[in-house]
Design a protein around this ligand. Sequence first.
Ligand code: PNW
Length: 449
Amino acid sequence: MHTYSFPKDFLWGAATASFQVEGHLEADGAGESNWLHFCRKPGTIENDDIPLVGSSQYTLYKEDVQLMKWLGIKAYRFSIAWSRIFPEGTGRINPAGLDYYNRLIDELLANGIEPWITMFHWDLPQALEEKGGWLNKDTCKAFGDYSGYVASKITDRVKRFFTVNEIICFTRAGYGDGGSAPGLRLGRKEVNQTIHNGCLAHGMALAALRANAPKDVIVGLVDNPGNYVPAIETPEHIEATRKAFRLQNGQILTLIREGRYPDEVIADLGADMPEYTDEELKLIGAPIDFQGLNIYTPEYVMADDSAPRGYRIIPRCASHPQMNVEWLKFGPECLYWTPRHCHDLWNTVPIYITENGCPSADRLASDGEVYDTDRTMYLRTYLRNAQRATAEGIPLKGYFVWSLLDNFEWAQGFQKRFGIVYVNYSTLKRTPKMSAKFYRSCIAANAVL
Ligand code: PNW
């Protein structure tokens, strides 16, 4: 028996996303996505990288499934590129696009790996972007239609669905901060509208999946809430931190789990509140079967009676260690606290960590291996916090590492490598890193080693 063992049925997995790993973005009749359009503007992406070939899972999926088998993962989380199925986002269907996903699904199942599918991981058909993208509620409706259509074609074999991935990243980052597609810098009210519409898209896809799938299909979403960690584990600080978690995530996760905007959020946003109806809130707040959480980095909180809401978010000090990218501060406790807050605040649904990982400055050593010591340390310490959650009875049922293999890290292009498997982008050769061997051993032992 190991010190840090997981429950017997704990689900070990790995995650990727269509735009980041597939390559061959316009093959077999696929339409252009807003991300491809964005990448084509010189100066937007580091090094002007474009994943037209990238890691090429589109052609190498069989090899990648063998890698998954070697790792011992039981589930593979990947996304479907909407514009492969509906090149213009709505209307005309491109059957060749669905054929690719059918090949991948069948290959996974033949190798004993469950497909866990994200319906939208940021690559919006460019035709819809040109009609306003996530500012336009017609996009939500189109997303529901696409999701329902795909469900009607694959739910004989696929039983696990996520509607959307990380609403804040495809809305605020794309329409407010400008660093993601479509690269706009709109005002606060409009940005809040895109966030609301992202939640509505989730609700509409949830309804469409339920309507088009047999009863054994389960549906959730993937969110990346702010991860609030009590600086000190006493009841007083824990309670303040739970409050921070609920309010700071009020426009997305709390809205979806409670079906309404918290009063404090309505007060804080004031005139910048988005437009919405009660009917929309019903769709948004409909029960989900499980909660996917992407967790990377913590925010620390202390109770403070003199603060308006009773908590204070503590700015991280300048020497706080970070992984190999600015935004990713090291803080393994968040892998325990975010599932714990979700469990404490809302009804108990199974929780899955749908992404966790870090980018390392990976290099092939002279012996042909990749010694990613920082990633191995990161995964070990974070996984111990996931194990703590399971040991305390929090319904954390599985963990997907981000990512199976090196891929296109959005605006940072190919410069940031998040894979546990190294990809040589010239030869497309895959080399499992030290962290992959570590992860494989943990899976075999069902414990953190
Ligand atoms: C997630 N942040 O994005 C995405 O789901 C993945 O596609 C991505 O490759 C992965 O995490 C690693 O970045 C995030 O700035 C990007 O806090 C940035 C942040 C969070 C998540």
